[in-house]
Design a binder for this molecule. Sequence first.
Ligand code: GDP
Length: 396
Amino acid sequence: MTKTSEVKRVPRQPVIAVLGHVDHGKSSLLDFIRKSNVVDGEAGGITQRISAYEVEHKIADGSTKPITFLDTPGHAAFQSMRERGVEIADIAILIVSAEDGVKPQTVEALNSIRLSGIPFIVAINKIDKPGANIEKTKQSLSENEVYIEGYGGDVPAVNLSAKTGEGVPELLDMIILVSEIADLQTDPEKLGEGIVVESNRDIKKGISATCILRDGSIKKGQFITSGTAQAPIRIMENYLGKQIPEAIAPQPLKIIGWDELPEVGQTFKIFADRDSARQAVEAEKLSKKNVSGHVELDKKVCEVIIPVVVKADTGSSLEAVIQEIAKQRTDKVCTEIISSGIGNISENDIRLANGSIKAIVIGFSVDTDAPAKSLAERNEIDVKNFDIIYKMSEWL
Ligand code: GDP
């Protein structure tokens, strides 16, 4: 993010991402923190879950400090943002189960964190379980070159249980400490910029996107663009679903009323007037046209192209699934997404898959409609449903 005049910059709260191996407790930790630390009386107000939330944490001197948590499933979104070279979080929590120690996705997460260069804190989770072995877990971290405090390094580590809550306040204290050292700032006068972390299409409400403001501010009456998508700032909600007239970084927000689904992991920009926003979108459309020419060239090297139809429950899952499918290629065999969308697998998806070369249909956290099932059987179309990304990757 660009730096502006030092004079205007004010301290800001940190944005935290929780990463780690599947089942090591990312969701449990995020749930525990959300339930126990969201400002009193407001927790009940969260009617629909957005992919980020804010908490107030009381520190030793009695003052409270705000923290923004990214509540994204796994680290797919985090990785996709990394691949675009943008930072979404200021601090990462690397969660490791004290029962299992470091696992393949712990290493993957670690690599992502190291690439981004942001500070991180190790959370050794599940210490309430009889099989927990903190020493062994610390050892396995050292073997993977994570040298925590007391083990020859300076990476902070906290032992905790996302189930009982033991150690969670200490983790939040540590987050505050690390963020104070990082000296995070923002300029509230600057037109906002940040990253889209989730996008959804709703028949009644239209297209909405959860956005993390990384710098500056957003006010009603301004305009937002992300890639080729744009929206006037008319309906802006905080993470509790309450309408707000303005926001300052790094507040998580939901902006409703986009003209198309913004891509997850894509940056966004705020403009003071409609014309500037429109110009930014036009420029983006032009550059996209040029890039698609290169994609065509790349496909020519593939001897076999497997067509794929993808359906997922949310924009962010769809993005993660598409990225994962794109990775599954060799020099001679590659995949081509011929159609993608949000919602159950329908008859129409099967029809699209039933071309001269039969496509495979992949659903992520969605169902297959009954008529679609029988149409697929009749035409021998392969339909696969998954709920976990790595299971899909294994199958692919
Ligand atoms: P994720 O895949 O990393 O998001 O992991 P989850 O949060 O879904 O946790 C996986 C399983 O471990 C669930 O059954 C949780 O209830 C359980 N779990 C997570 N943290 C703890 C913990 O600290 N103690 C115990 N006993 N169970 C935990």
